[in-house]
Design a binder for this molecule. Structure first.
Ligand SMILES: Nc1ncnc2c1ncn2[C@@H]1O[C@H](COP(=O)(O)OP(=O)(O)O)[C@@H](O)[C@H]1O
Ligand SMILES: [Mg+2]
Length: 313
């Protein structure tokens, strides 16, 4: 256990005080440039947008980047987000009273710990409601007042007006059925810009893999292409696969291959193993947990099949 003093020191060292301090490596070609433009349009017209798309297509990174642009324009300093599921309650958005302080002082401002939505509303920050369709309708309803009236009512304290720069974005994956409540009609009616993101085109996806690869790793174009062919194969098989490999899986494979190449270089291995050999192993490690098969389908069989079709082995 670390002592309190050391904890405080480390905490302050590592604390990100505003989002402009964060380096965000983002590719803005293809669908991403367009989506960013739409976010800016939505902001300029005070309409609230939703980003819709499967896991790992870049919804969160785009919101983060958008929030960082707003921060640089001094609109707001902070980006808040909350990922929802059925256990999320209104208090997770708005905040809670500290029972120990309430006992001594009652339901005072001092006893209240604000939640991320309230913080964003007070500061004029950007709030991302991630996986919003997983929240129950009861929790989704917490968002109606903030979106409709630009205010929020905190129990015992009163009704608070949002700073004029407060901006709300939500993200969801509409295809995923298990564990999702639908977006309530009331909430849907308040979201006016629907931005769809899908798996990017090849050039964009390769750029994304490159930008996420540590600088000391070098892998060839032909090797990148091979990685892409594996990823692409998972997205073709809609019969066996419910959720195919995301961008993250491609990045992971590229990193592992980069590491193998680096070791071969260091150890002056006479014969470099072919990318096919490396990738038939690497793809197995990565894909096992990166794709979600349809019910009743064995994930190992699907992975074997993909490897056989792309890199052999
Ligand atoms: N346009 C992009 N530029 C750079 N990296 C991206 C881009 N889109 C996705 N990524 C990378 O892909 C991964 C998944 O992105 P993320 O935003 O978390 O997806 P989602 O929120 O849709 O699940 C992250 O590691 C992110 O860095
Ligand atoms: Mg995300």
């Amino acid at each position: 256990m670390i002592d309190k003093e050391r904890f405080a020191k480390l905490f302050n060292q590592q604390l990100i005080k505003d989002i402009t301090q964060e380096e965000i490596k983002i590719v803005l070609s293809g669908q991403y440039g367009k989506a960013l433009e739409l976010l800016r349009d939505a902001e300029a017209t005070s309409l609230f947008p939703a980003l819709i798309g499967p896991p790992g297509v870049g919804k969160t990174i785009l919101c983060r980047y958008f929030a960082s642009l707003r921060a640089k324009e001094q609109k707001s300093r902070n980006f808040y987000w909350l990922t929802m599921d059925e256990s999320i309650k209104p208090s997770h958005f708005i905040g809670t009273f500290d029972p120990a302080i309430v006992l001594r002082k009652g339901f005072t401002l001092e006893a209240f710990n604000p939640g991320p939505l309230l913080n964003a509303m007070l500061e004029g920050g950007t709030f991302l409601a991630n996986e919003i369709n997983r929240a129950t309708e009861y929790s989704q309803n917490t968002l109606l007042e903030p979106l409709e009236e630009a205010s929020v009512t905190v129990p015992h304290l009163g009704r608070i007006k949002a700073n004029k720069d407060f901006f709300f974005i939500c993200a969801m994956n509409p295809e995923e059925l298990s564990g999702t409540h639908r977006l309530s009609e009331a909430l849907k009616d308040r979201i006016k810009v629907w931005i769809k993101l899908d798996y990017p085109n090849k050039a964009t996806e390769l750029d994304i893999i490159r930008i996420n690869l540590p600088e000391h790793f070098t892998i060839d174009e032909s090797e990148l292409e091979l990685i892409y062919s594996i990823i692409k194969e998972t997205r073709k098989n809609m019969i066996d696969i419910e959720i195919p490999a995301s961008i993250r899986a491609g990045i992971a494979m590229a990193k592992l291959l980069g590491r193998k190449r680096e070791l071969e270089e260091k150890e002056k291995t006479k014969e470099k193993k072919s990318a096919y050999l490396h990738l038939s192993e690497i793809a197995r490690y990565v894909l096992l947990g990166s794709i979600k098969p349809k019910p009743g389908v064995n994930v190992e069989d699907v992975v074997d099949n993909i490897i056989a079709k792309t890199v052999g082995g």
